[in-house]
Design a protein around this ligand. Structure first.
Ligand code: HEC
Ligand code: HEC
Length: 368
């Protein structure tokens, strides 16, 4: 454990360098995400909208096509497949050729997205919550419209981006059950507030780690406790910190992007990883053991690039990586610790029918 005075010393030693040592605290996640206006009616409406393909241009893709409870509310794929796919999860197949350039990103889970940007001791600013691998959107509400307007995710070629939302509203207004459920005007604002309200219920129950931090010292095994120490000592918490195990900042750690020139990506949460393989923004690593081997290689690369090597010939790396020291004997313990950050009891319920009467994507794949 790094004690406060040691942190202070470390911070003082590094002052002036470009990489001030960040707050490396880790700790429990709140049990509920509260927000004014999240009534049971709004949540129920948001849930139906999340699963209803009526929101998409082709009326075939819903949020659940990529954020499926069976795959930890992600899709189990390396990179997402939207409009041009058929089926669900890893089995989703490309069924037609895409005519426009696509950005190949791994689908993050929506579990706990309601806590994106959370920091210890600070009031949570929901409207500022960073969204996406590059933090380009702020707040769950603002995020909702992005996939609906995105040609490759939910829009398709039939409608233009400008037409996406008006057309969606027109369709919703033609469904009597939605007219009743919206209880007033069917507006863009209400669609986004309802879906965000539902997403705020998709938070995970306490993990072994949370119970341990709240005082149940038997909640984590001896190996997991050892892993927690190794995780902090190895410098993982320089970036994977706070209640979500993410600083929500962008860092270059040499995971290349196949489709853009971007080098820096947001530190992903380490919660629920048991359910969200494959890993990294491009889905290039299948298992958590692969991730550990990746960090082994990265340390060598960082030593070369950051300490006097030929900086020009290698991709830029975050200076914080200079402080990462993962030992081969840490792997097993850290992997065990990461397991203590996953839960099993999160909501996996799907509605079997939605007000539009359209088929709910992926509903047949749920076994319960
Ligand atoms: C075709 C697949 C697909 C569909 C459909 C889809 N998403 Fe996503 N979602 C993604 C991908 C991929 C990302 C990451 C994109 C990026 O970082 O550029 C993402 C990111 C997100 C995030 C941000 C998570 C984070 O931690 O940053 C949220 C929240 C989200 N989606 C909710 C939704 C909602 C709500 C819908 C329906 C209105 C939806 N998604 C539809 C694939 C999809
Ligand atoms: C300099 C900041 C930084 C440090 C230090 C760091 N990470 Fe990461 N980590 C990241 C970023 C950024 C990504 C995503 C990179 C990408 O996809 O381009 C990531 C991805 C991951 C992932 C994949 C998660 C997912 O959902 O895709 C795991 C697991 C992980 N890190 C564990 C660790 C461990 C264990 C350590 C310590 C040995 C560590 N990290 C140190 C920033 C960091």
């Amino acid at each position: 454990m790094i004690r406060p005075f040691a942190m202070l010393l470390l911070a003082t030693l590094c002052r002036g360098a470009e990489d001030l040592v960040p707050d490396q605290r880790i700790g429990a996640l709140p049990l509920v995400a509260k927000h004014p206006g999240d009534t049971p009616e709004m949540i129920a409406l948001g849930r139906l909208l999340f699963f209803d393909p009526i929101l998409s241009g082709t009326q075939k893709v819903a949020c659940v096509s990529c954020h499926h409870p069976k795959y930890g509310w992600a899709d189990g794929r390396a990179t997402f497949l939207g409009l041009h796919g058929r089926g669900s999860g890893p089995k989703r197949q490309r069924e037609s050729v895409t005519l426009f350039p696509s950005i190949h990103r791994n689908t993050p889970t929506v579990l706990n997205a309601a806590f994106n940007g959370i920091e210890f001791g600070k009031t949570y600013a929901a409207a500022k919550a960073p969204m996406f691998w590059d933090n380009r959107i702020e707040g769950l509400e603002a995020q909702v419209l992005e996939p609906i307007r995105s040609r490759e995710e939910m829009l398709g070629e039939v409608l233009t981006e400008v037409e996406a939302i008006p057309e969606m509203l027109k369709r919703l207004r033609a469904v009597p059950e939605y007219l009743r459920l919206f209880d007033g005007e069917i507006s863009e604002d209400k669609v986004v507030r309802a879906i965000a309200a539902y997403e705020r219920t998709l938070i995970t129950p306490e993990t072994a780690f949370d119970r341990f931090m709240r005082g149940d010292k038997a909640a984590m095994s001896a190996l997991q406790q050892q892993g927690m120490q190794a995780f902090q000592r190895a410098g993982c918490s320089l970036c994977h910190n706070g209640p979500m195990f993410s600083d929500f900042k962008l860092h270059a750690i040499a995971v290349t992007d196949g489709t853009t020139n971007r080098q820096e990506f947001r530190t992903p949460t380490l919660r629920e990883l048991r359910h969200t393989s494959p890993y990294m923004h491009n889905g290039s690593l299948k298992t958590l053991s692969d991730v550990m081997l990746f960090y082994d290689r990265l340390m060598d690369q960082a030593a070369e690039t950051l300490d006097g090597g030929d900086e020009g010939s290698l991709p830029p790396l975050d200076p914080l990586l200079r402080h990462v020291s993962l030992l081969p004997e840490d792997h097993t313990a850290i992997l065990a610790f990461i397991q203590a950050l996953s839960s099993d009891g999160f909501d996996t319920n799907m509605p079997v029918r939605v007000p539009s009467g359209l088929a709910v994507p992926g509903v047949d794949t749920v076994s319960d």
